[in-house]
Design a protein around this ligand. Structure first.
Ligand SMILES: Cc1cc2nc3c(=O)[nH]c(=O)nc-3n(C[C@H](O)[C@H](O)[C@H](O)COP(=O)(O)O)c2cc1C
Length: 209
């Protein structure tokens, strides 16, 4: 049975706003396609190792040059890529950390972006090889000003980066649920949660009519 792959990154458990919104996205996607299963990977609690020199050598080695050492160094990447390629769609929930992706998510990215596995290069251009095309990013920002061309828009290295990266891998249809001002006024945050939840309920509705 094919599944939605969900990656969570906030270490804040049930207090996490990005996770709470991702729960809604998950429920919504499962209600649109009840035959789908769900696979969740919590990147904040089961931290992935950074890639090593051997991992990089293994990524670029010809099959006949794969020693036991290189195989061991790329085994986790193999597993994560198989998990990604087996999915029907992807949900990533992430807070902005220091204007970019949490390092737990970056560790996953460094393991799965791999030549001839998730992208190829023919000497002129790159082609994404991930075999499904839908993803939802659920992104939370402590400050206001990232959306609608606000003061902080040029400092958003989370959303634009993840969209470009997923598209590079061949996942063309990337939707984003964003919530900002999460560390500000609680009343405004409630309003923002409501608005974000409404956006969730509209996701992929047109395609399912
Ligand atoms: C280490 C750290 C770095 C952060 N950096 C930023 C930042 O660059 N910009 C911002 O708007 N908020 C920043 N925040 C606030 C979080 O992005 C915000 O609280 C977010 O809603 C947390 O998501 P969560 O509730 O899912 O954990 C930072 C928080 C932490 C803990």
């Amino acid at each position: 049975m094919t599944y939605i792959l969900r990656l969570d990154t906030s270490p804040r458990g049930i207090n996490s706003i990005s996770r709470r919104l991702a729960d809604k996205v998950q429920d919504h996607l499962l209600s649109l396609t009840p035959s789908l299963a769900l696979r969740v990977r919590d990147l904040s609690s089961a931290e992935l190792p950074h890639i090593s020199e051997d991992t990089i050598s293994g990524f670029y080695a010809e099959p006949q040059a794969m020693t036991d050492k290189l195989q061991a160094a790329t085994a986790l990447s193999d597993e994560l890529i198989a998990e990604l390629n087996g999915a029907n769609s992807l949900i990533i929930s992430a807070p902005i950390y220091n204007f970019g992706v949490p390092s737990s998510l970056k560790a996953w990215i460094d393991q799965i972006v791999r030549i001839n596995q998730t992208f190829s290069f023919d000497g002129h251009s790159f082609t994404g090889l991930v075999p499904f095309n839908k993803a939802v990013l659920v992104l939370s920002y402590g400050a206001n000003g990232y959306t609608n061309n606000g003061d902080l828009a040029s400092m958003d290295f989370l959303g634009p980066y993840l969209i470009s990266l997923l598209q590079f891998l061949g996942i063309d249809d990337v939707r984003t649920i964003q919530i900002e001002g999460t560390t500000g006024d609680p009343d405004l945050l409630n309003d923002a949660m409501l608005q974000a939840s409404n956006s969730v309920s509209r996701l992929f509705i047109e395609e399912n009519k």
